[in-house]
Each structure stands twice: as C-alpha cells, then as structure tokens.
Design a protein around this ligand. Sequence first.
Ligand SMILES: [Zn+2]
Ligand SMILES: [Zn+2]
Length: 351
Amino acid sequence: MRGIVFLGERELEIQNFPDPTPGAGEAVLELRASGMCGSDLKFYRASKDGGTAALGLGGGGGGPVIAGHEPCGVVVALGPETGEYGVSVGDRVMVHHYHGCGHCEHCDVGWSQLCQHGITVYGVTGHGGHADYIKVPASTLVALPESLSFETGAAIACGTGTAFGALQRINLSGRDTIAIFGQGPVGLSATQLATAMGARVIALDIAPERRALATDFGAEVVIDPGTDDAPAALKELTHGKGVDLALDCSGVAAGRLAAIQGTRVWGTVCFVGEGDDVTIDVSRDMLRKQLTIVASWTFSRSGQAECARFVADRDVAVDDLFTQRYALDQAKEAYTLFDTQTTGKGVFLAH
Ligand SMILES: [Zn+2]
Ligand SMILES: [Zn+2]
C-alpha cells in the first residue's frame, strides 16, 4: 500500500509499505478520508532530525511513519480477541488516534493521550491515515453515525473534535459571547459548533480568506487582529466589558495575550492552539479580573462519539470546512498549499 511520509523541512514522499494484517486486538481499516490538521504542519515543517519532538510527543524511533491523524474508513479485517469491542467488518468508523497502556486511570476512561506510560499517536509516532489502509487497536475505533460522511468523520477525528472538546471544557452556553482567535480548521469548527450551541461568536484571523469562511459559518463579527486592536474591539462589541469566553486556536503569543486581555472580569480563556509561549502581567491581566485560564487538548474516545452525535443531530455542516479535496498522489501539492495557512481544511479521499 501507499503512505505519505514527512521527511522534514517541508519535504514529503509517497512510500510503499506492506499491506497491514491485524494481530490480536487489532483492526485494519480501508481509509476513505484522511484529514489535514493544523498540527500536521509542525511535523511537515520540522527539522530533519526528530521532528515529532516539536509537540512534546517523543520521537518516532526508527523507520518512516505514515502521516495523518484524522483517519476515517471501513473495517476490512479484524484480528482475534476483538469481539469485546462490538465492531464488525464493514463498519464505518473513525479512529481515536491515540493508544496508551490500556489499563491506567486515564486509558480506562478513554483519555489514552494522557497515559503516563507512553503513548502512540497515529500519524505522528505510529502509522496514520494518509495511506490506503491503517492498522489500529480495535479499542480506538469510534462508530461513524450513518448520516455523516467519511470526510466529516475525519474532521471529527481531530480538528472538529478538538473544538467540541474545548467548548465543553469551558461550558459554553447560548447566553455567552465567545471570541475565537485563529480560524484555521479548529477555530472554524469552533465557530460552527458554538453557533450551533446558540452562542454569539466573534471570530478573529489575520487571513481575509479565513475571516470570510468564519462569516459563512455563523460568526456575527469578524476582526483582523493584524490591523485592529483586538482587546479594544472585543470590549467595544460587549458594552465595554469584554467577552465572556475566549478560545485561542492560533497558538501564537499575540493571540493568547489578546484573548486574555479581551475577556471580561470573571471570564474564562481556553488555550487550544499549540506552540509558542506567552508572557502576561499576572496582576493586571489575571488576578484583578478573577480570570480563569484553562487548556484543552483534543478529547476522549467517548467525547469523539459525543461530538459525532452532536454534529449529526444538529446537522452541522462540517463537510463545508473542506475547501480542498485530494487523492493521495497529490500530497505535495496539498501540503504546499496548506502550509500557506490561508485555506480551509484539506482531506485525502479514496475513490
Ligand atoms: Zn495508560
Ligand atoms: Zn490534529
């Protein structure tokens, strides 16, 4: 089978791998959709030696690793000892793209990415979804609701699921005004989902293409933080108070600081975007406002299923996130464009 491998420094290659066969507890999926996530750019851009360290996930340890951590497809083979997972050949499934020890307090409740005994991240440290097939533990599979497309499933497998998890973490309600910094795939998903949850959404991005998408997805107001004073603009839109909630999906220091400074007294800021750091004046920016700052890293296996149910029940147009659709052999073109960070989401589709 074919698989896309990042070589570092914005180079990639389509390599050949043996077709996977499932061992005990494992399933093989034929991939139908494999999404491109913003965090893939970290690996795509990484130096040629040990790029996976960029996200604090440890090295891949020897041998090329197939990229893509938003796998979605159909089960085509099951190994022995998979009966307990309730999956059958032919099922449409997503992958919860992490695997831990399988029996600690975090693995037990479906948060395998928090396992302290070492994790596999499919598409980063284990073979991912930019391929014809993927082999994963059957315990990582999450059913894809019948009404959702494979590409929607791929988005839910990281970007959209991450947005959903963050909105849950800050208990977004329909009474809230939320500012969402960064309208890449995660931020745009947050705009869509927060709108579906009834909140008033203010979306911020420096790219005009992404601000236009945010408007299409329900943002009431869009702001260009490159030219506007974002905290001042947010206060102006909220009777001088600042927003109730802010989500930073940009991962850049300026976005994080503006999120903190544009949020009201007693408000909550959630960090979602990865990379960089931020310096704040704790007294002025945090203490004197009784501010809550939390972080949210993706979602649990059951959280992924819950996101899928919400998207299906509320008819959230997740497919519309995808502005580019590719075949595997267009990988170079796909990542060259995604690297500009001006587009919506890209996805590799099998035909
Ligand atoms: Zn564990
Ligand atoms: Zn991701």
